[in-house]
Design a protein around this ligand. Structure first.
Ligand SMILES: NC(=O)c1ccc[n+]([C@@H]2O[C@H](COP(=O)([O-])OP(=O)(O)OC[C@H]3O[C@@H](n4cnc5c(N)ncnc54)[C@H](O)[C@@H]3O)[C@@H](O)[C@H]2O)c1
Ligand SMILES: O=C(O)[C@H](O)COP(=O)(O)O
Length: 530
């Protein structure tokens, strides 16, 4: 059945055409996202949800979305999506990190000019027939210091535009390297210095616990008298009450505000001030940006729903369309290795080490690791998948580590999973041959070669004569047909394992009979999604 997507925000119709062209059914209901009850009522019908900022993807929406696999944000900010809740349910959240950056940077620059020259107030006054030539005395931006808080995609574009306008740019961003600052022709400074030196301040950070209220009364007190502040990033970065007070007192000469603490912002004390220019979250609203983000989100979501390719996901490693076919059998293998240890290990797992040998070391190991953890946790949490697995492992305090190494044996590449509990360490290794089918190649450091079946019996035993016959006869007596029987041992007469691929699952009685065979240690029925 074709996957089905709901577009619940005002996206360009380009998205609809792309979904259709890619074989995805699509319902275009661009106002539905504003009505949370309606969204809750229909969301269980969809595999994908394409949104902008008006749709709030809350934990409640995610709980109701029984089929949902992907949320696609046509834009950058995902603060309207409960990502931890989505991750827990294995739903990928993706955005389009670059599609509207230029447009938003241009809006910040437009705001700066509008504030510097009182354009909206002058426009209103002129249209009212007042011709107040003496009322509006602006400031030049040439030669002024622009302080950029947050110098990522948008902040960097603003920096480039501002230096072109002959401003002196200083920036505060903990992740801005000295080389990048030099490349941009700007000065990297700490926040207090930026506050002290800037004539204009523009914000381009996400809203996080650290950035909330980054512009408040205490910050404003450190600024130059007559500073002008622009916020085209997120409401909440600026404490609006503190900004209002500073605008009233004249400490802040003007502000350009595109985003508000509460949106839609239908009322605000800021609206009463002439020296504030407000827009209704229009940063990304140009024809070009909206085409870009709609096209990109529809392609990314279709790629995922149709081919399993993942790009720009915020809660899962990327898998490109090119690597998806090569990676898929190894994702399955990693999941099966995880499922093996998850089923045979009875004590709580403390640590997981995933060794990527040879060709597998050059693959997308983050995706493979996620798949291995997902397989391992499945016996405990049925709903876990590659998206939710790393978070769930973390929540359970399991330490995960990856090791990559050059080809070390006869196989071109293999994956080995080792888990540690309080009491023991257990490992399993596997590979995929040219037929793309997963095989176990080592269990508990004992070499063997076993295909993976839906139902398997895992037996540890002493290496004594007659064991194969005993196990075979016991299965036969219990009417269990063996499709394949693989053996391995560490030394003659030492520890051995048998792994049997069965036509159907064995019952408890048969398992008890096998456990009663002289020399058998563990006997466990395993099942794999193959
Ligand atoms: N108004 C709009 O319509 C509109 C449009 C697009 C984006 N946005 C918003 O603009 C913001 C920036 O977007 P972007 O694409 O440039 O994001 P980005 O991730 O590329 O850049 C954000 C930068 O902020 C920096 N940062 C994080 N915490 C910081 C802190 N405490 N102090 C200083 N810097 C910090 C990061 O290191 C990063 O470099 C986002 O909040 C996004 O949602 C708004
Ligand atoms: O984060 C973003 O991309 C912007 O805030 C744009 O939001 P919008 O798509 O709702 O205009």
């Amino acid at each position: 059945m074709a996957p089905r997507v709901l577009v619940s925000d005002q996206l360009s119709k380009t998205a609809v055409q792309i979904f259709k062209d890619r074989g995805v059914e699509v319902d275009y209901l661009p106002d539905l996202g504003k009505d949370k009850d309606q969204l809750l009522a229909v969301i269980d019908q969809y595999d994908g949800l394409a949104i902008r900022s008006a749709t709030k993807v809350t934990e409640k929406v995610i709980e109701a979305a029984s089929k949902l696999k992907v949320v696609g944000r046509a834009g950058i900010g995902v603060d309207n999506v409960d990502i931890p809740a989505a991750s827990r349910r294995g739903i990928i959240v993706m955005n389009t990190p670059f599609g509207n950056s230029i447009t938003t940077a241009e809006h910040a620059i437009a705001m700066m000019f509008a504030v510097a020259r009182d354009l909206p107030a002058a426009d209103l006054s002129t249209k009212a027939g007042k011709w107040e030539k003496n009322r509006f005395l602006g400031v030049e931006i040439t030669g002024k210091v622009l302080g950029i808080v947050g110098c990522g995609n948008i902040g960097s574009i603003v920096a480039a535009r501002a230096t072109g306008l002959k401003m002196k740019v200083v920036a505060f961003d903990p992740f801005l390297s000295a080389e990048r600052a030099e490349q941009l022709g700007i000065e990297k400074v700490e926040l207090p210095e930026l506050f002290r030196r800037a004539d204009f301040i523009t914000l381009h950070t996400p809203l996080t616990d650290k950035t909330r209220g980054i512009i408040d009364a205490a910050a404003i007190a450190q600024m130059k008298d007559g500073v002008r502040i622009i916020n085209c990033a997120r409401g909440g970065l600026v404490n609006e009450a503190d900004l209002y007070a500073a605008l009233k007192s004249g400490k802040v000469a003007g502000a350009g505000i595109d985003v508000f603490e509460t949106e839609p912002a239908k009322e605000s004390p800021l609206f009463s001030l002439d020296n504030v220019v407000c827009t209704p979250h229009l940063g990304a609203s140009t024809e070009e940006a909206q085409e870009n983000v709609a096209l990109q989100v529809a392609e990314q979501m279709s790629d995922y729903l149709v081919n399993g390719a993942v790009s720009n996901a915020l809660n899962m490693p990327s898998i490109t369309a090119e690597e998806a076919p090569i990676l898929t059998p190894f994702v399955k293998l990693a999941e099966i290795l995880g499922a093996f240890v998850g089923q045979v290990t009875e004590d709580p797992i403390k640590e997981i080490e995933i060794l990527f040998d040879g060709a597998t070391a050059a693959m997308n190991t983050r995706a493979l690791t996620s798949a291995a953890i997902a397989g391992l946790l499945k016996p405990l949490v049925q709903t876990v998948n590659m998206v939710s697995a790393p978070l769930m492992a973390k929540e359970r305090g399991i330490i995960v580590s990856e090791v990559r190494r050059d080809k070390s044996g006869v196989f071109d590449g293999y994956i080995k999973l080792t888990v540690k509990t309080e009491k023991m360490t257990r490992s399993v290794a596997g590979t995929c041959f040219a037929d793309r089918k997963p095989r176990f190649i080592q269990i508990k450091d004992i070499n063997l070669e076993a295909e993976v079946g839906r139902h398997m019996l895992y037996i540890t035993n002493r290496d004594v004569p007659g064991m194969i016959g005993e196990i075979g006869m016991t299965c036969g007596r219990n009417k269990v047909n063996i499709a394949n029987f693989h053996l391995g041992r560490d030394a003659k007469g030492g520890d051995a394992i048998a792994i049997l691929y069965l036509d159907e699952a064995v019952g408890e009685a048969a398992l008890a009979d096998i456990r009663n065979i002289e020399g058998v240690g563990q006997a466990k029925l395993l099942s794999f999604e193959v």
